[in-house]
Design a binder for this molecule. Structure first.
Ligand code: ADP
Ligand code: MG
Length: 867
């Protein structure tokens, strides 16, 4: 769960629920939570810039209260808006223990108010800037590192911001309370003195040289603790930043120099030591070093060194007869020295506050203001002294204011609803307040009395307290003590050690110191110690307690004239670590911060109220018959309450007001009704579920069966298919074999046939060839014999012809010449040769024709005859 933004929305408003809600939200970095109108802020101990940037400021500027998640800006916003719209003065009270984030919250508030009521940047150095810059100045001089907080404010602060008619910041007044003076000369390890001392030691060399400063370790007021530096803080930078802030606030360069001169003087003053003087019970400067520091102190304060030494070591005794100068012993001189240091420092601080106030300026015309109070929370240590007494007194006063306010708000609500509220008892701490401040007879009054009696000791003072308050409910005398006393505060018991009450309550400046510094040549220093008026110098004694009481009274008057808003800061752990939430620690703070008290006040009356509609929505279930009839809402509510037998509740005009525990009782009834209904619903649902399961199972089993059957059928069909295939294979195989057998037989038959046929064909062919060859031979032979016959014939005819022709010719030629006879024989021989050639030719022809007959079978070729 993310927790609720407003605790009053928790159904049960008790400690565990409140604590758990805070822890849950803290884990989510939701550090703000409302309890009604009170804002609870848990210190995150880590920067959460997204929570505070300009965008967020803008967002909260336009939102109404509780529209957005809880935030310090929402408180600032509502205070500002109500101040403007309703012309009411406002105050915001920020409280919590040391280190819980009060000062940071206050600064955030001031920043937000400045944002709301600021001037444009063009207007230059503005009031709101001065207001904001007063913070670093006051922090440098009024804050110190303590075990609880590295930047602990050692004073209370009330800042009154004034607004003009246009709602813009027109002035401011800062009031401070009870600066812790003892810190100036007494620091316990591992704490630090006020920041300004360390800043000055880290100043630029020329300043350090001018004031003869140096290492902080060399000053007694600083070296009582071994802590000199702060994590994440550079004192040299802080020095410059403080000076810049002083510029803005309106402290002149000259004044700044004087301020730091006084700071340096205090450091030197602390180093002056004393030893026994020549006379009995007298003292003198211890050594060279002390002389040097005395000289430095007097130089810086611009007073006479001898007067300074006298002021430290001697006291004037005024008796009716004469004025006696008495020496102080070394111890007394040291006390005197520390007293002087504390006085100077507190005067310096007051001067700063005063100066800032003058510089910012008060708007006397202003009718509207918002006050912001950042004041120390309830303290209870192992040893508690006068400071704790004053602080816890303050807290009692503020608690009273808080109770009255919360009570008043409750009352207002009851009146608005016109219910009878005489019932509501109011938790009052008036008795403790009286115990402390009543005049005469209160503790402060008794303390003042004791301070004025010359022979008082802590023991006589305590004895007086024991006697006076023997029967007081809020006062206890612890056993085995002669000076302690315990007060029962609203936030718990605190045991005070009264040994230093008397000293710490005395607020007078030793006349010698007063005279010394008033005579300073430095106007600034002299101004810190203005001459006393005759009146006040005569009054025997002024008391810090009484003055503080007066201041508180004024503060309460201011607060009472304004309408308050409360912010309770909570420190989630003592380790100053983020994300650690220590339940016991927080619970203690919620108790002592009055948050649980506020809840208790609420519980004393009618802690829970609900509008009729809300109430009916939640509880009509207890009387369902109402739904059937037509009833007014209030009648219906009463019906339910009566039916359940409750008494003491109140029905207002629009709301039902319940006494503590009644909501829980109704809730218990409601839970019971719900329980029964739930049981019935469960039964129905179970039956339904069972039925559904049965249906499902049946469907599933049918499914399974069908599947199984299908499976079997598929198996069978698969088997059948396989069988079929086997048969087919067998058939094919058989056919194959048969086919092969057939093929073989066929091819053998064919081979056989073809062989036989070939043989026959060849036979025939050979026969044909033989026949043809025979024919050819015959043809050739016939041709040859014919040609031979023809040739014989032809030759014979030729020979005959030629012989004949020759005879004829010789007959004719016989007459002619004998020579011719030779030619005649020649011719005869020629004929014979040609006949021989022709024979030769015939022979070749026959051979040739026989050869070609073999190549071209059947083709009869006529033998070629050539002549
Ligand atoms: N809202 C915040 N956001 C971040 N850090 C915070 C916040 N509030 C407080 N702190 C841290 O806690 C420290 C102590 O806060 P401070 O306001 O000085 O406490 P207080 O004034 O109550 O003693 C601061 O120095 C800062 O580190
Ligand atoms: Mg503070």
């Amino acid at each position: 769960s993310e927790g609720v933004e407003d605790m009053t929305r928790l159904s049960y408003l008790h400690e565990p629920a409140v604590l758990d809600n805070l822890a849950t939200r803290y884990e989510l970095n939701e550090i703000y939570t409302y309890t009604g109108n009170i804002l609870i802020a848990v210190n995150p101990f880590q920067g959460l810039p997204h929570l505070y940037d300009a965008e967020v400021m803008e967002k909260y500027k336009d939102a109404s209260f509780k529209e957005l998640s809880p935030h310090v800006f929402a408180i600032g916003g509502i205070a500002y808006r109500e101040m403007i719209n309703e012309s009411r003065n406002k105050c915001i009270l920020v409280s919590g223990e040391s280190g819980s984030g009060k000062t940071e919250t206050t600064k955030m508030l001031m920043r937000y108010l400045a944002y709301f009521g600021g001037h444009s940047a063009a207007e230059g150095r503005t009031v709101e800037n001065q207001v904001l810059e007063s913070n670093p100045v006051l922090e440098a001089f009024g804050n110190a590192k303590t075990v609880k907080n590295n930047n602990s404010s050692r004073f209370g602060k009330f800042v009154e911001i004034q607004f003009d008619d246009a709602g813009r910041i027109s002035g401011a007044a800062i009031r401070t309370y009870l600066l812790e003076r003892s810190r100036v000369c007494q620091v316990s390890d591992p704490e630090r003195n006020y920041h300004c001392f360390y800043l000055l030691c880290a100043a630029p060399p020329e300043d350090v040289e001018r004031f003869k400063l140096g290492d902080p370790k060399s000053f007694r007021y600083l070296n009582q603790s071994s802590c000199y530096e702060l994590d994440g803080v550079n004192d040299a930078d802080e020095y410059l930043a403080t000076r810049r802030a002083m510029d803005v606030v309106g402290i002149s360069e000259k004044e700044q120099d004087a301020i730091f001169r006084v700071v340096a003087a205090i450091l030197h003053l602390g180093n002056i030591e004393f030893s026994k003087g020549e006379d009995a019970d007298s003292s003198s400067l211890k050594d060279e070093q002390s002389t040097f520091h005395l000289k430095m102190t007097s130089e810086l304060l611009m007073c006479d060194p001898n007067s300074l030494e006298d002021a430290l070591c001697k006291r004037m005794m005024v008796t009716p007869e004469e004025v006696i100068k008495r020496s102080l012993d070394p111890l007394g001189a040291a006390v005197s020295r520390d007293g002087l240091a504390k006085t100077i420092y507190s005067r310096l601080f007051d001067w700063l506050v005063n100066k800032i106030n003058i510089s910012i300026g008060q708007d006397s015309q202003s009718t509207r203001l918002i006050g912001v109070l950042d004041i120390y929370g309830f303290e209870s240590f192992k040893t508690n002294s006068f400071e704790q007494f004053c602080i816890n007194y303050t807290n009692e006063k503020l608690q009273q204011h808080f109770n009255q306010h919360v009570f008043k708000m409750e009352q207002g609500e009851y009146q608005k609803e016109e219910i009878d509220w005489s019932y509501v008892e109011f938790v009052d701490n008036q008795d403790v307040v009286d115990l402390i401040e009543k005049k005469p007879g209160g503790i402060i009054a008794l303390l003042d009395e004791a301070c004025m009696l010359p022979r008082s000791t802590p023991e006589t003072f305590s004895e007086k307290l024991y006697q006076t308050f023997r029967d007081h409910k809020r006062f206890i005398k612890p056993k085995l003590t002669r000076s302690d006393f315990t007060l029962i505060h609203y936030a718990g018991d605190v045991r005070y050690q009264s040994d230093q009450f008397l000293d710490k309550n005395k607020d007078y400046v030793v006349a010698e110191h007063q005279d010394l510094l008033n005579a300073s040549k430095c106007s600034f220093v002299a101004g810190l110690f203005p001459p006393l008026s005759k009146e006040s110098s005569k009054s025997k004694f002024s008391s810090i307690g009484s003055r503080f009481k007066l201041q508180l009274q004024q503060l309460m008057e201011t607060l009472n004239s304004t309408e308050p808003h409360y912010i309770r800061c909570v420190k989630p752990n003592n380790l100053l670590q983020p994300t650690v939430f220590d339940n016991a620690n927080v619970l203690h703070q919620l108790r002592s911060g009055g948050v649980l008290e506020a809840i208790r006040v609420k519980c004393a009356g009618y802690p829970t109220n609900r509008t009729f509609i809300e109430f009916l929505n939640r509880f009509v279930i207890l009387a369902p018959e109402i739904l059937k009839g037509e009833y007014e809402a209030d009648v219906a509510c009463r019906w339910i309450l009566e039916k359940k037998g409750l008494t003491g509740y109140q029905i207002g005009k629009s709301k039902v007001f319940l006494r503590a525990g009644q909501m829980a009782e109704l809730d218990a009834h409601r839970t019971r009704v719900h329980g029964e209904a739930a049981r019935m619903i469960q039964g129905q649902i179970r039956a339904r579920l069972t039925r559904e399961r049965y249906v499902l199972m049946r469907r599933a089993s049918v499914n399974i069966q069908a599947n199984w059957r299908g499976n079997i059928a598929r198996k069978i069909s698969r088997y059948m298919k396989r069988e079929e295939a086997a048969i087919k294979i067998q058939k094919n195989l058989r056919r194959q074999i048969a086919k092969k057998d057939y093929g073989r037989t066929k091819s053998s038959a064919l081979t056989l046939q073809s062989g036989v046929r070939t043989m026959a064909a060849r036979h025939e062919f050979r026969h044909k060839l033989k026949t043809r060859a025979a024919t050819k031979i015959q043809a050739y032979w016939r041709g040859y014999s014919a040609i031979s016959d023809y040739k014989k014939l032809k030759r014979a005819s030729l020979v005959y012809q030629s012989k004949l022709r020759g005879r004829i010719a010789r007959k004719q030629l016989g007459q002619a010449s004998q020579g011719d006879r030779k030619e005649e024989t020649e011719n005869e021989r020629k004929v014979e040769v040609s006949i021989q050639a022709e024979d030769e030719l015939d022979k070749t022809f026959v051979v040739h024709s026989e050869q070609s007959d073999d190549a071209e079978s059947g083709d009869e070729q006529k033998p070629k005859l050539s002549i």
